[in-house]
Design a protein around this ligand. Sequence first.
Ligand code: DQQ
Length: 537
Amino acid sequence: PLSKGAYRTGYHFQPPMNWINDPNGPMYYKGIYHLFYQYNPEGAQWGNIVWAHSISLDLINWVPLQPAIYRSKPFDINGCWSGSATILPGNKPAILYTGIDPDNRQVQNLAIPKNLSDPFLREWLKPDYNPVINPGPGINATAFRDPTTAWMGSDGHWRVLLGSRKPGTLRGEAVLYRSRDFVKWVKAKHPLHSLRDTGMWECPDFFPVAVNGMKGLDTSENREGVKHVLKVSLDLTRSDHYTIGTYDAGKDRFVAENSSDDDSTGLRYDYGNFYASKTFFDPVERRRILWGWSNESDTPQDDTAKGWSGIQTIPRSIWLDVNGRQLVQWPIKELDALRGKGIHLYNTVVKSRSHDEIKGISSAQADVEISFDVPSLEKAEPFDPTWTDPQVLCGLKGAYVNGGVGPFGLLVLASADMEEKTAVFIRIFKASNKHVVLMCHDSSKSSARPELWKQSFGGFVDVDVEKGKKISLRSLIDNSVVESFGAGGKTCITSRVYPVNAIGAGAHLFAFNNGEQDVRIENLTAWEMKKPLMNGL
Ligand code: DQQ
């Protein structure tokens, strides 16, 4: 029998117990970072939702406070659902969130700090004039939620988006509201954006990115050299998708850059278990930071037995790639402070059809950075153009299906006998005019427990591998989490796994290569990760 604590994470955000989901209202205020999140104070399943609240100086060590927004008024008596913070002029934070009213309608409420001189923002007032936005005509009252951080247009009026679905259709939409004073909101005639057949859009996020450089922009910034990103969480597939485009501030419309992208559901922040994400602007480091929720993939009965469910992924800096086609994400640099004992390998060949243990650290809780050198692409398997879904391809061509160039990468949370292991790997194919790089998490052998959901995940990596013939991987391993970043953060995958033997001191780490082509580890550094202060534990 497993000890209850075996799957708790060491450095990912978690409260001591109970259910958590979406990150809410992240912000920086007077020297302190705030994170709120959907929380059930009464158990390890979703329900009774309030906004739990934690504060931090570095986004890594967290101190818990009392729930900030809880069910107390007719306009939120059945739940305080997701929403966002906006810093109003004069450095005054305001929160817009979805309340569930006595008729189970989704209404939007405003909450303001009781005492602006408290940097912890412990108490929040919900004025009696709430709700500030009611589901009006043309809106389905059970598909109308999750207000974004608001932004100000050049006319000095605020704008906010709400996730919705056009009544009687499967058209997802980001409904736009405008306000002069943040209290009285008027619906715009047209949604900012919508797309047929995508179902309910949850947790929209809309923000500017600089065309040049990695610096983040405050949400209202809009000028030459700025593009906009619209992200929505698709309830139908439980995955987060974003599109890069132009925001026409005059017409208040978002034009997706590539019309064929506009027809599809766009790009993914993370091709694994990652949902209901939200960004915020950090004025201290002038960066935009992404938070996302990673759900359990064991059973609800396991959640009850564990007494908890859900984590937040490591906050990631996010910026526009130099190629302008996608965003790049990287764990915030503050995480490096948790790196403890480390080992370093360089210039080591991983022979065809072999694996090598990476010894010298305890790897149940670790950070591994590795760069591979692929001497030749000659043996790359042919790419079938019908392979359009990388997740399906990772299922078909898993880590244990021998290939040409790859699969090569890491086996993490592996038991000593290697019966249990989660593979993080790269596989390179040859298409008619270029090479296609695939990154996968293969969880099929992650646990000896047969009842678990062991989905493989994958994404294509938009790199020119012919050029340097190099590719990097970074994996944040944390007991039941594997969070990986391919090619410097161009493709990210998060998985939840529940090994029986590969836990604690029983967890091992390997480099592997099931391709025909030898590959070389140019550099590998693996660190044990220390435990930060995590909500009182
Ligand atoms: N979770 C919240 C909703 C949101 C959903 C409820 C997304 O506001 O749409 O807990 O996970």
